[in-house]
Design a protein around this ligand. Sequence first.
Ligand code: NDP
Ligand code: CA
Length: 326
Amino acid sequence: NRPPRLHRDFMMTRACSLQNASIRIMQWNILAQALGEGKDGFVRCPMEALNWSERKYLILEEILTYRPDVLCLQEVDHYFDTFQPVLASLGYQSSFCPKPCSPCLDVHNNNGPDGCALFFNRRRFQLLHTAHLRLSAMMLKTNQVAIVATLRCRLTGRIFSVAVTHLKARSGWEAFRSAQGAHLLQQLCDLTTQSHLEIDVENRTRDGEEGIPLVVCGDFNAEPSEEVYRRFMTSPLGLESAYKCLSEDGNTEPLYTSWKIRPSGESRSTLDYIWYSERAFQVDAVLRIPSEEQIGPDRLPSYHYPSDHLSLVCDLSFSQQPHRLM
Ligand code: NDP
Ligand code: CA
């Protein structure tokens, strides 16, 4: 008799017709098994709730509840023995990029390094290109990574790139995160505008000025007040944050995407984002954030929910491009 899962509804942000084939994106820091058991110190979460033999099913259940077309995960330290084989059998193609010096490796009986993983529905998309990036900050290599995959939708023929990343954690590292963000934006700009992909880019405007549409999912470890958030908000890539749709003014991030209690105290913060090219996509639906009551007094992770970060899910669809009808 397991406690019930958190029930979350979608907020429909616009009336969408069925022919408007939307792409469901899921962003989730699933909590590395080695960190959850060995490093995080979630003092209000019973150790039994962290047993991998059961927790892995809660993670898979969460993913399969929403059945995303594109799944972006952080803190994956069970890729080869769990997520790759299980999700492959369910139709997902994937890529894994471990952190060069994962803190998981410090934990006794670890299962290897954690890293970012990107999965997509292989019936729906054809993979055109994959890049594994090691993020730099002020020219120096860091321990953070990103994956960028360029996909062609088999339904519509449209091309887009999707990136997954996990920026440096902890307070005191704000400038470092900002530098990592700047490097990632530069790499994304290069990857989506250079013609080295040799794609006959249908998505570009006639004058070829605009690059491949982009979706960027990540645990940025940064509140919206941080510089790295501002950098993404104001970059030349024209990115917008999908979860702002949930707010009344349409311009405010959720109150939290992560909520946990460590020996140092309770921490409720907005750290996770789904960015999308504003000119190319529209948001059709966003999965609501559970209430404080749903999350419960012991916060996350818990018997109800397997990570300290909430999953973010949204449906994006390509906007009509009037200039292409001419
Ligand atoms: P980060 O500082 O980015 O954080 C690593 C992980 O710790 C993240 O997944 C983060 O989760 C989590 N975390 C954040 N805050 C806390 C907290 N207060 N208590 C516990 N965990 C927290 O790590 P780096 O990638 O920069 O790596 C630094 C670490 O790597 C060092 O602490 C060291 O242990 C380890 N290391 C290992 C080496 C090796 O060879 N094995 C070599 C060098 C370093 P979230 O993102 O969800 O907040
Ligand atoms: Ca973590």
